[in-house]
Write a protein that binds this ligand. Structure first.
Ligand code: KG4
Ligand code: ZN
Length: 343
């Protein structure tokens, strides 16, 4: 099966062509157009994002089709939730028109299910069963994946998403948007140890079922950073603050993921979302889990951040199960991941 994927949920216009079946899938093309313009505003401006998608969608899809070497498509997969509705609508409308014109089916894909599939495009063994940690700009989800389509939600953030915390801390430290890579670079220049922020979500003697066992919270950490910035006033201390922030966030995510892998006896952990680009997070996860024989899979930065290849991959899974969307497919700001049950 040959699938065209389309992603326009936030500030990346992306198209991709995949070919294969089951877990045997080859990436034929991937084009990602990042909307640089939002940097001026220090965050994504929804209407600007929608209009930029409208301008970019046709050339981005045409480029992906050219790169793929042509050949008939069997279906179109498009992100239809969650995200900025105006941005999603561009991809959804385009995908429906494209599918209708070619006489092929269209399938709506949940953006976070896409992130679950991204790593499998690069690592043959990043397939279920596994423990998934999805850390993006809008979501922080700890999920047990029994099989594709069978997801158990173990934990989530009570407030800020991990990527959002990086972006807000970047702002406090005077770094550009999006802040994650800048905070990571600054943190890497510090040896650590100057500052230490508490890890309130890591209380000991907890058990599965306790409210804080899997959930995370980063708003207190953000306040700790703000107070440290105010108290220090020294340019030289920015690196130490970035390092202390990253250490605290990473330790929290690693501990929660390790708990989940242990409880469900999973031998694999799969990371996804933009924060999975963070080398300190991936390294700490590997160090912590290697001793227990758990393998950690992280996507390359191109597939960790928003892209249409992961949407085509999740769409392929749904299409192979016989699922199709009708031409009244709509876009939604938020929606549960299909197949996700509460723990
Ligand atoms: O998955 P993604 O591309 O978009 C969403 O679906 O939200 O994630 C974007 C987020 C941003 O918050 C960005 O700051 C963060 O991922 N990010 C990073 C790194 N690279 C991107 N956070 C920490 N370290 C990084 N190297
Ligand atoms: Zn995303």
């Amino acid at each position: 099966m040959r699938v065209l994927g389309i992603e326009t949920s936030c500030d990346e216009t992306s198209a991709s062509v995949l070919e294969g079946s089951g877990d045997d899938v080859a990436l034929r093309a991937l084009v990602i157009q990042s909307q640089d313009v939002h940097r001026i505003f220090g965050g994504v401006v929804p209407e600007i994002a929608s209009r930029a998608h409208l301008t970019a969608i046709v050339p981005v899809v045409e480029q992906a089709l050219r790169e793929s070497g042509g050949g008939a498509l069997d279906a179109v997969a498009v992100t239809n939730a969650p995200g900025l509705v105006g941005a999603l609508l561009v991809g959804v409308s385009y995908a429906k028109a494209f599918a209708f014109a070619r006489g092929v089916p269209v399938i709506g894909v949940h953006h976070m299910e896409g992130h679950l599939f991204a790593t499998a495009l690069e690592h043959r063994n990043a397939v279920p069963p596994f423990t998934a940690l999805l850390v993006s700009g809008g979501h922080t989800l700890l999920v047990d994946v029994e099989a594709w389509g069978q997801y158990r939600l173990l934990g989530k953030t009570r407030d800020d998403a991990a990527g959002e915390a990086f972006d807000k801390v970047a702002k406090l430290l005077g770094l550009p948007y999006p802040g994650g890579p800048h905070v990571e670079r600054l943190a890497a220049q510090s040896a650590g140890g100057t500052f230490r922020f508490s890890r309130p979500m890591l209380r000991r003697d907890q058990h599965p079922g306790d409210p804080d066992f899997y959930d995370v919270s980063f708003s207190g950490l953000k306040t700790a950073v703000l107070n440290a910035v105010k108290a220090s006033g020294l340019e030289a201390e920015r690196g130490s603050i970035a390092r202390a922030f990253q250490d605290s966030l990473v330790e929290t995510l690693v501990e929660k993921t390790a708990r989940a892998a242990r409880q469900f006896r999973r031998a694999r952990v799969v990371l996804g979302g933009g924060v999975a680009c963070n080398a300190a997070l991936v390294r700490a996860m590997r160090e912590r889990l290697a001793t227990r024989g758990v393998e950690v899979f992280a996507p390359s930065p191109r597939l960790a951040t928003d892209n249409a290849a992961m949407i085509a991959r999740a769409g392929l899974f749904r299409l192979e199960r016989g699922e199709r969307s009708a031409l009244d497919l709509n876009a939604f700001a938020s929606q549960p991941i299909p197949g996700l049950v509460a723990a």
